[in-house]
Ligand binder design. Structure first.
Ligand code: SF4
Length: 298
């Protein structure tokens, strides 16, 4: 049996990796990181560093269809959004499924998912199966018909006839502070981005980035803002969705005349005296986690 740890570079998967190394021995573990090509260099260094400290094998996966986040957005002619979150599916979920289908042995998959991260995650279970939603519905469509996952479905059905795909989420019922405490107790440190105003670690920036995280980027990692401006130039569209800041502070218009904020608009507004965080309580507190069942974004 092979133990696979879904390693995102965030604190929950780091604690899970440490836990798995103790539980199963470092020689039996592979940490799997999905590189979206839109990561902060600090995260990439951290991903490698933690595995080296533990002596655990690291496997970095990339999409076979897109060269990364930017290439995907250009080919799809738009940035992903909270309503169209194809980034997780294309850059993380599919590469992970492709990797699993290449394995010819029983697997135990470890995920750093915690119930108190979000409402969606609280409905998950501590133990589960990776291909669960190929066999039981995850919801209903608009005609009330059950919906299933279907990417490479035939191969998945064949694969599970021969091998196990069990999932364990060792920190499912733990708090964020218990996670941090276990990382420090193991003599490690969490991703440095947590010390730079990030509430979560993943793509940089994530399409669900809060105002405070963008402000933290301006202050601590201005290169991320520079990358965002280049992205916007190449794509010819904004990274940010309409309504991210008040319309009167936006200078972009789409072909239908709809107002949207450019990166410069967002930065100018968030760093101006006009910015009032009270107006954006919902934006700051809404569920901003990757909702993917496969748990590979923090
Ligand atoms: S971290 Fe954010 S931007 Fe990256 S894949 Fe997940 S949802 Fe998309």
């Amino acid at each position: 049996m092979k133990v696979i740890v879904a390693w995102s570079g965030g604190k929950d998967s780091q604690a899970s990796l440490i836990w798995a190394a103790k539980e199963f021995g470092v020689k039996n573990i592979t940490a799997v990181f999905c590189d979206t090509g839109w990561e902060n260099p600090i995260t990439l260094l951290h991903v490698v560093d933690v595995c080296e400290q533990l002596g655990v094998e690291l496997k970095i996966l990339r999409s076979s269809k897109y060269e990364g986040f930017e290439d995907m957005a250009i080919k799809k002619k738009r940035a992903p959004s909270t309503k169209a979150r194809f980034c997780t599916e294309e850059l993380k979920t599919k590469p992970m499924i492709d990797f699993i289908l290449k394995q010819s042995q029983h697997l135990l998959i470890i995920q750093g998912i915690r119930a108190d991260e979000s409402n969606a995650r609280s409905k998950m279970e501590k133990q589960c199966r990776f291909f669960k939603y190929y066999f039981e519905p995850y919801g209903l469509d608009k005609y009330e018909k059950p919906k299933f996952h279907h990417y490479r479905k035939k191969e998945v059905i064949n694969w599970v006839q021969n091998y196990s795909d069990d999932i364990i989420r060792p920190y499912f019922n733990a708090t964020a502070s218990a996670v941090m405490s276990d990382i420090f107790s193991a003599g490690q440190k969490p991703n440095q981005l947590y010390y730079m105003g990030r509430k979560r670690v993943g793509c940089d920036p994530c399409i669900m980035c809060s105002h405070s995280e963008i402000k933290a980027m301006v202050r601590f990692t201005p290169d991320s803002i520079g990358r965002l401006k280049q992205f916007e130039k190449r794509l010819g569209r904004s990274f940010f969705p309409p309504g991210y800041i008040p319309d009167r502070h936006c200078s972009g218009f789409d072909i239908n005349g709809k107002v949207y904020p450019t990166v410069d608009d967002v930065i100018a507004y968030l760093t101006s005296t006009a910015y009032n965080p009270e107006l954006f309580t919902d934006l700051e507190t809404q569920e901003r986690r990757c909702m993917s069942f496969y748990g590979i974004c923090e």
